[in-house]
Design a binder for this molecule. Structure first.
Ligand code: AMP
Length: 424
């Protein structure tokens, strides 16, 4: 467990290169997050590190600071490689590295499928120090001879469990086999399934293991709720909840691309500031959705799981699981989009009777309470619940006596709430 390991209390204690310290300061990082307290020092000393930490824990800077410090800006070769499962995560890692490395002269390039290989080829040809990429495209460049990794000495595998879910483990192995054996390797993953443990065993000698979960400050600031609702009533519950919560920034997750597209369209008809994110969109459309949402020009992002994994958007105050994810771990990835970096957030999961089983597994696995959202609870959390003329909360009531298989009352929505404006 991480707590028995040495923790640094401040960035100053790490005696970073002054130009990197300047980047840390200008990023506004006053004190290290737990994963940084534990991981930066061993990485600076050249150790291999396995970090079990979620996105939102500050893991990018945990490997990013030592990565940048390992570079020699006079050497015009690729010295560091970061592998990420999705293009969105790769782009986000690059922007974090550029922020911290702003004063170091480090040249960093992102390479991922969907972008013109020639554009990436030209960027690589100009000479870069750091490559952040998705496995498929990195292999493409290796095979074409446009990416030489013989000088790469700092290698990071980020979100290793997602790599596994997406079937990238063989690709990761291929890439690791292309890199010099003397490289320093670090691997970050929210969970440690057996194939990842084996991957680490195969490629890492004497790694320092760091676990940040119970200590993760981001989890304590997250409140989780669920509502049992029939599938066909989810939409009106959603618009009603949005109308009452008035969140500034909401991510809504759906299981399928089709469902995501349909929900985004429907919401867009009523509320203009909605953007979709799913795998059927072109890279350009996905980038556009992300930047619109990130800049606060859309209140709502409707997304599938794959498209959104690892995405870091600060100040998402609300996550809504319109569908319960079939894969239990996805639930934790989804709700981890809010309450990041110490901010508070709320997560709501809509559970239809068909989804009881999937949700029961999630509840069982969660260390944190997922509370039933009932009108009387919600009045503490939702704004302006007006009693209606039947003495129930305005936003729908229980059908007295009706119980779900959980033995809890069923949330039902009375009347449509379409057309309500949930924008501020
Ligand atoms: P990550 O888990 O790497 O995606 O980081 C989550 C968020 O925390 C990002 O927006 C980072 O910019 C931010 N962050 C990372 N380290 C710190 C820190 N020490 N202080 C404040 N914010 C941080």
């Amino acid at each position: 467990m991480g707590s028995s390991k040495k923790r640094v209390q401040s960035f100053k204690e790490l005696q970073l290169d002054p130009l990197i310290q300047k980047g840390v300061d200008s990023a506004g990082y006053q004190r290290p997050f737990p994963i940084q307290e534990l991981a930066i020092a061993p990485l600076l000393s050249g150790r291999n590190v396995i970090g079990q930490a979620k996105t939102g824990s500050g893991k990018t800077a945990a490997f990013g600071i030592p990565l940048l410090q390992s570079l020699d800006s006079r050497v015009n070769r690729v010295q560091a490689l970061v592998l990420a499962p999705t293009r969105e995560l790769a782009v986000q890692i690059t922007s974090e590295l550029k922020k911290i490395g702003a004063f170091t002269g480090a040249r960093i390039v992102t390479i991922y499928g969907g972008q013109s290989i020639n554009v990436q080829f030209e960027a690589l040809q100009r000479g870069v120090h750091v490559v952040v990429g998705t496995p498929g495209r990195v292999i493409d460049h290796i095979k074409r001879g446009t990416l030489l990794l013989d000088s790469a000495k700092f290698v990071v595998i980020d979100e290793a469990d997602t790599m596994l879910d997406m079937g990238f483990v063989d690709d990761v192995e291929f890439i690791l086999d292309s890199v010099s054996e003397n490289r320093q390797l670090s691997l970050f993953s929210a969970t440690m399934p057996q194939p990842i443990v084996e991957l680490a065993r195969k490629y890492m000698r004497d790694p320092e293991r760091i676990l940040v979960d119970a200590n993760d400050p981001t989890v304590e600031t997250l409140e989780q709720f669920y509502a049992v609702v029939n599938q066909e009533e989810k939409y009106s519950l959603l618009t009603d909840l949005l109308g009452r919560l008035k969140p500034k920034s909401t991510v809504i997750f759906c299981r399928t691309k089709y469902g995501t597209r349909r929900l985004a369209r429907e919401l867009e008809r009523q509320f203009q500031s909605v953007v979709p994110l799913h795998g059927d969109l072109s890279q350009h459309q996905r980038d556009h959705s992300m930047s619109t949402f990130r800049q606060g020009n859309a209140d709502v992002l409707v997304a599938t799981d794959v498209a959104s994994r690892g995405i870091d958007i600060r100040q998402v105050d609300c996550v809504i699981n319109f569908d319960v994810p079939q894969d239990t771990l996805l639930y934790f990835h989804r709700v981890g989009r809010t309450a990041r970096a110490g901010d508070s957030g709320k997560a709501y999961t809509f559970v239809s009777p068909e989804e009881f089983e999937d949700f029961a597994r999630i509840k069982q696995m969660s260390k944190w309470q997922i509370k039933p959202l009932r009108p009387e609870d919600a009045s503490h959390h939702l704004e302006s619940v007006q009693p209606n003329n039947q003495g129930r909360g305005r936003y729908g009531g229980f059908q007295p006596g009706e119980r779900s298989r959980y033995g809890r009352r069923r949330w039902t929505q009375r009347g449509a709430s379409r057309g309500r404006n949930f924008n501020r």
